[in-house]
Design a protein around this ligand. Structure first.
Ligand code: 5AD
Ligand code: SF4
Length: 486
């Protein structure tokens, strides 16, 4: 090809713009970044608005009903832009990925025939090929392919949204637990753990791109049981547990902090609890959804644990790591939930004293067993219960945040704050902190005296370079920080 023409074609290719809108959980955020990576190779550059996009992807969530309706109304808005662009002689491709894509499949093309491509979360590695097919006619791909998408997606791009100081890494996907309210086993499929070698290689790449913290992701992440291919786990098994994996990743040079989410109480094994006490890089925070405090409801939810089992797990965790901060998910108004059941949930929430928690009204999901129960709880009762629970949870969060005032906490600074010379970072317990810091501290851990507590964040003043193993301040900045207090 003559080089002028080659350049021109390359320019044309490079002018393609991609807009991805992500709904739902962190796993979707990770998937969106990986889709953007795989399209970057094909010349798509990200844009922050759908108005000038050649390709719009809605990466969707199906966990609760409103999310689906939101997707359909967003699609309606996008169709207006698509039509306007067609009027200007340009084409905007519209794709729906994620769990709504998986669950709705061809129904989505029926309700929104202007959509070009519908695909489930297991098919992102086929995205470029699917888009080529979609240029001719609407494509639906919701199969569960035999090959794993993880093995076929390109490596993270340095410009990718997932190359920050705190990065996501999906290590496990799907779920075999079949809680009776949940669509995940149907939309994400059977549980799959990525091999240790692949996880480790990706973690190394993320650290090389600047990550100082990695959040290990999975729908049921503590069920992780990865093929260890040549490594042997602590107990000589050929599979790594999540605890084994954490111990291994904690050794990576430059990686300061590890977190994981989301866990099931039944998969919280003794070695994982012990890791919370033994591995300094594993942060003292755990999101451990309980869903309900009533044994009757837990049984109907198919959770395979009682409220007491859960409380015992918390005690064990606190024995291993006394300052561990806890978070949870709750569902109120599950079919058949009585006032007594709900009281038990309130009691558990009060007793645990969560650092933060999410709570939802039960939302019947088509195809899940609980949606067929005929003892559905009326909407007004669900609303009242949610309010009552949220009052307790926000009080608990406020108490936790206020207890930080006056304490000196190591904070990993991640991003610029709203004001000049201000940075935002996280404590080990996961709270956001803003402090007056110059840009050069970004990516460093510094000690901060907490001066204010708000509902969702803290404010503080940096004192000196943090003296622990996890410290890595730029030399100049550290010297200046010393000077400030000395
Ligand atoms: N209705 C309400 N909340 C749900 N969740 C999952 N499915 C439903 C549903 N059908 C909540 C659970 C889960 C979180 C991710 O979403 O609390 O832990
Ligand atoms: Fe859904 Fe979590 Fe239950 Fe799996 S363990 S079915 S993802 S709520």
């Amino acid at each position: 090809m003559n080089s002028r023409r080659g350049e021109k074609e390359r320019d044309n290719i490079l002018t393609k713009k991609l807009y991805v809108k992500t709904y739902g959980c962190q796993m979707n955020v990770y998937d969106s970044a990986r889709m953007a990576d795989s399209l970057a190779v094909h010349g798509y550059a990200p844009t922050s608005t759908p108005d000038d996009a050649d390709l719009v992807i809605l990466n969707t969530c199906h966990i609760r009903e409103k999310a689906v309706e939101k997707v359909y109304s967003e699609l309606g808005r996008l169709n207006q832009i698509k039509k306007a662009r067609r009027g200007d002689g340009r084409r905007m491709m519209l794709a729906v990925s994620g769990c709504v894509g998986q669950a709705e499949g061809t129904e989505l093309l029926r309700r929104a025939p202007f959509v070009d491509l519908v695909m489930g979360p297991q098919n992102y590695h086929r995205l470029p090929e699917l888009l080529r097919r979609a240029e001719v006619r609407g494509v639906v791909d919701t199969e569960f392919p035999v090959e794993s998408k993880f093995d076929h997606l390109p490596d993270a791009d340095p410009a990718s949204a997932n190359s920050g100081i705190s990065a996501f890494l999906t290590i496990q996907e799907g779920c075999d637990r079949f809680c009776t309210f949940c669509v995940v086993p149907y939309t994400r499929g059977a549980e799959y753990s990525r091999p240790v070698k692949h996880v480790e290689a990706e973690a190394r790449r993320l650290v090389a791109l600047g990550a100082r913290e990695i959040m290990l992701l999975g729908q049921n992440v503590n069920a992780y049981h990865g093929d260890s291919e040549g490594y042997s786990a602590d107990d000589g098994h050929s599979e790594y547990s999540l605890a084994d994996l954490i111990c291994r990743l904690a050794e990576l040079d430059g990686l300061k902090r590890l977190r994981y989410t989301t866990s099931h109480p039944r998969n919280l094994s003794a070695d994982l609890i012990a890791a919370h006490g033994d591995v300094a890089a594993l942060m003292p925070f755990l999101h451990l959804p309980v869903q309900s405090g009533s044994d009757r409801i837990l049984k109907a939810m198919n959770r395979h644990h009682t409220a007491d089992d859960y409380r015992r797990r918390i005690e064990e965790l606190r024995r291993a790591r006394p300052d561990i901060a806890l978070s949870s998910d709750f569902i109120v108004g599950f079919p058949g939930e009585t006032d007594t059941d709900f009281e038990a949930t309130l009691e558990l929430a009060r007793d645990v004293g969560y650092a933060q928690a999410y709570s939802f009204k039960y939302s019947p999901r088509p195809g899940t067993p609980a949606s067929n129960q005929n003892d559905q709880v009326p909407e007004n009762i669900k609303r009242e219960r949610l309010e009552a629970l949220q009052k307790i949870l926000s009080r608990s969060q406020a108490t936790f945040n206020t207890s930080m005032i006056g304490r000196t906490l190591p904070v990993l600074f991640e991003r610029p704050g709203r004001h000049t010379n201000q940075l935002l970072g996280r404590t080990a317990y996961g709270q956001w902190v803003h402090a007056d810091m110059s840009e050069e501290y970004r990516g460093s851990i510094a000690d901060v005296v907490i001066t204010e507590a708000h509902t969702n964040s803290l404010a503080g003043q940096a004192v000196v370079a943090h003296a622990g193993a996890a410290t890595e301040m730029p030399k100049e900045a550290a010297a200046r920080a010393e000077g400030q207090t000395g």
